[in-house]
Design a protein around this ligand. Structure first.
Ligand code: GUN
Ligand code: ZN
Length: 429
């Protein structure tokens, strides 16, 4: 048995997440998390946990804030090396920057190199779980899962499927997408902390036959998640209308092929029709808000009000998103909501980056909460990590005011440590 007591300030979300606001979390100025064999065994105040567990090794983070590790609900790890590519909108951006980079992942050594680099970057930003698209190459999935497995991380990922409107070297077929996805699912799903996600990229790069094949695979493996993109840019939506003339709307291109369900996770979802919103809520599907991507590629302003009826996770969408940091992503979510006339409370920003993303990914019984029985993936934040943040933090009158400058201005310098399954992993320290 391995035990460790981790001390610091604590914010533990306990109540109904729909009632987010100042009272949504318990704050302990001198808190403690007891980790036992990779799981959280107890959460409470430092003095009582120390008294109850004498002799257990202690790591004291002082005034730093202990949160669940961040959960990034939509990323493309193969886009790590081309993040922040200038001047294009979605379809042009895919053709100019994304597809040439993704073509490199037929090389297993390159895939392994980028997978390792990507996971180091995210853990140094306090992120402990991601749901990633890979490329069409099965090697890209193997490389990613192997790298995450070596780090004992809980990750979700799948082979991106495309059988049209992509370069020759980035196309599979309906049959090979089914066969390769099935083989990868059987190889990796449920192994250690890994989960396979059926991953059609989006309707424009799949024929109806490919969508149907992946819909059939999902029906055969209903415990898997299915991830894809939905209604990100207006040009894209017009293209979908041309490609699928019989579809009622964008969502219907998925629905008609067995790709709408409660374990469906739909990225972006900015320009939804009323029918789409209603159907997503009816089936209990999840949306993922990718605010730095939506501003960077010029896609639009996501409506956080959708979270009243639909589960909404938060994500960087690396490398359409312009950051690996979920702090930066929370800041962008705040700014986008402001542009729509709504100020999101810091408790909701933190919850969306932890428990909310866990819920969207159907992992809410395993990660995203500081509570007994949950996996001990933790992010430790210094709330005064730079001179600019520190001077504002000094004026704070409560924990929400204390954490908000770090949400708005913080980056990986604020993350003093990241624990994966109870083990500190932050590199470069
Ligand atoms: N739509 C289809 N593929 C992608 C992608 O890689 N990134 C983003 N942001 N949108 C997409
Ligand atoms: Zn994406």
């Amino acid at each position: 048995m391995t035990e460790r007591l981790i001390l610091g300030q604590l914010l533990a979300f306990e109540g109904d997440p729909r009632a987010l606001g100042p009272g949504a979390a318990r704050h302990d100025t001198f808190g403690a998390v007891l980790v036992r064999d990779g799981l959280i065994a107890r959460v409470g105040d430092a003095a009582s946990l120390r008294a109850d567990h004498p002799g257990v090794p202690v790591t004291d983070h002082g005034d730093d804030l202990i949160l669940p590790g961040f959960i990034d609900a939509h990323v493309h790890y193969p886009q790590t090396a081309m993040i922040a590519s200038w001047g294009k909108r979605l379809i042009d951006w895919l053709n100019t920057y994304t597809f040439p980079e993704e073509a490199r992942f037929h090389d297993p050594d390159y895939a392994t190199d980028i997978a390792g680099r990507y996971l180091d970057l995210v853990t140094s930003n306090g992120t402990t779980t991601v749901a990633s698209y890979c490329t069409i190459h099965p090697t890209s999935v193997d490389a990613f899962f192997a790298a995450a497995q070596a780090k004992r991380m809980r990750v979700l990922a799948g082979k991106t499927c495309m059988d049209r409107n992509a370069p020759d070297d980035l196309r599979d077929t309906a049959q090979s997408a089914y066969d390769d996805s099935r083989a990868l699912l059987r190889k990796w799903h449920g192994v250690d902390r890994l989960g396979y996600v059926i991953t059609p990229r989006f309707s424009p790069t799949s024929t109806p036959e490919q969508l149907s094949a992946l819909g059939a695979l999902w029906a055969e493996h209903p415990d898997c998640l299915m991830q894809t993109h939905l209604s990100e840019q207006l040009d894209e939506i017009a293209w979908v209308r041309d490609l699928y003339p019989n579809a009622r709307d964008y969502l219907d291109t998925y629905e008609a092929h067995g790709l709408l369900g409660s374990r469906g996770v739909y990225g972006h979802a900015i320009h939804l029709e009323p029918r789409e919103t209603t159907r997503l809520a009816e089936v209990g599907a999840a949306l993922v808000h990718c605010p730095t991507s939506n501003t960077f590629i010029g896609s639009g302003l996501f409506d956080m009000g959708l979270a009243n009826t639909i589960s909404v996770g938060l994500a960087t969408d690396t490398g359409g998103g312009s950051s690996f940091s979920m702090l930066r992503t929370m800041a962008a979510a705040y700014e986008v909501a402001q542009l729509r006339g709504h100020a999101v409370h810091p408790s909701e920003l933190i919850w969306r980056a932890t428990g909310g993303s866990a819920q969207a990914l159907h992992l809410e019984d395993k990660i995203g909460r500081l509570a007994p029985g949950f996996e001990a993936d933790l992010c430790i934040l210094n709330l005064a990590s730079t001179p600019a943040i520190s001077q504002r933090h000094a004026r704070a009158s409560d924990i929400w005011e204390a954490v908000f400058p770090t949400i708005m201005m913080g980056d990986d310098r604020a993350v003093t440590q990241t624990y994966v399954a109870g083990v500190p992993v932050k590199t470069g320290r």
